[in-house]
Design a protein around this ligand. Structure first.
Ligand code: UT7
Length: 322
């Protein structure tokens, strides 16, 4: 049987660190409130001239280095983002040109905060079917450009960064299963106010902003992530105790703790980066995975559960033998 195995991981965070105290100067908020309600202490924002593709290029090169392969061995790029450089060409195509890989398939995928899990699932299908051998899977966001300074409930949450993995076809177990879902009936609860074919002419200064009903999203996220834990374990005939690491989407520490509780997992077995990174949407799980690996906590042979929930609604999980 062919599996998709994670051969290398990489990530990148912009240099500019913005603390909660910094935000206190920009809006009516407090370090105390942000930490109590979200667990966030600081986040990274891209420099004015730094783009989504700039950030993901760093993460991609680091992932390929850590896989110990030549860049030319990559035969597909799948890039998750809600904040591409341009509508088209896709950021995956712009990245492909930077990495010097003309001719290979490259495309963006947008499933909001669940994008990286969706990307892994799609990549896994290409590898299992034999259509690709080594796929660069990326998650990246420049969400600081979509913050609404008038809305303190969202402006303190979202941030920038990039993560990437190299997935390779292998006889050894890697991705054991992926589970992806969506329910568009909840589209109004989390999204942007304008798009290209909708409301563009009303965008202030050509900009867009994130709109979120935080309380409703919170409730749905906790319930749905609990369900997907059960679905993933049942599909693999596994017990909660078989999971070594939970690597969740980093939206809110309280949501992460609720999922850990559902798994009976102590927080020492959960990779938490929301305190340092904020919510980097499509990048968050990839960033947390790289942090888990590079800090030496996640080791070869460990069983890890990745999960995410986001706008759409979308949600998903990936169970992986690392
Ligand atoms: O990544 C995709 C998925 N997204 C998520 O999972 C996010 C899910 N939602 C959340 O994480 C939480 O709902 C938030 C962190 C967004 C908000 O936390 P909450 O505990 O649900 O707060 P709330 O919206 O119920 O607001 C409570 C109070 C309100 O004041 P009143 O009405 O009680 O007087 C808000 O106006 O907190 C106030 N508030 C703030 N105060 C200081 C809201 N934002 C802030 C702020 N600073 N930044």
């Amino acid at each position: 049987m062919t599996y998709s195995r994670i051969m290398g991981t990489g990530s990148y965070l912009p240099k500019n660190i913005v603390t909660n105290k910094d935000l206190e100067k920009l809006m009516d908020t407090s370090d105390q409130w942000i930490q109590d309600r979200t667990g966030i202490k600081q986040r990274h924002w891209a420099a004015d001239d730094e783009t989504t593709v700039d950030m993901v290029e760093h993460a991609a090169r680091r992932a390929v280095d850590s896989a110990g392969i030549e860049m030319s061995e990559i035969d597909m790029i799948i890039l998750g983002t809600t904040t591409p450089n341009l509508i088209f060409p896709s950021s995956a195509c712009l990245l492909q040109a930077r990495l010097g890989l003309p001719g290979i398939a490259a495309f963006d995928l947008n499933a909001a905060c669940t994008s990286f899990i969706y990307c892994l699932s799609v990549a896994d299908q290409f590898i299992k079917s034999g259509m690709a051998k080594k796929i660069l899977v990326c998650g990246v966001e420049t969400l600081s450009r979509a913050l609404d300074w008038e809305d303190r409930t969202t402006a303190v949450l979202f941030a920038d960064g990039a993560g990437a993995v190299v997935l390779e076809a292998s006889e050894e177990p890697g991705i054991l299963s992926t589970h992806i879902h969506a329910d568009g009936r909840y589209a109004d609860l989390l999204g942007t106010d304008v798009g290209v074919s909708c409301g563009f002419e009303n965008a202030p200064n050509g900009g867009l902003k994130i709109l979120m009903n935080g309380r409703e999203v919170f409730k749905m996220a906790v319930r749905t992530l609990g369900q997907i834990v059960d679905e993933t374990l049942a599909a693999n005939n596994m017990e909660k105790s078989d999971i070594d690491w939970l690597i969740p989407h980093q939206a809110n520490l309280r949501i992460i703790m609720a999922t850990a509780k559902k798994l009976n997992m102590p927080m020492e077995r959960v990779i938490v980066t929301v305190d340092k990174h904020g919510n980097t949407s499509a990048a968050s799980v990839a960033l947390a995975l790289d942090e888990g690996v590079r800090s030496g906590r996640v080791k070869r042979g460990d069983t890890i559960l990745l999960e995410a929930f986001g706008g759409g609604f979308t949600w998903g999980s990936a169970l992986i033998k690392y």
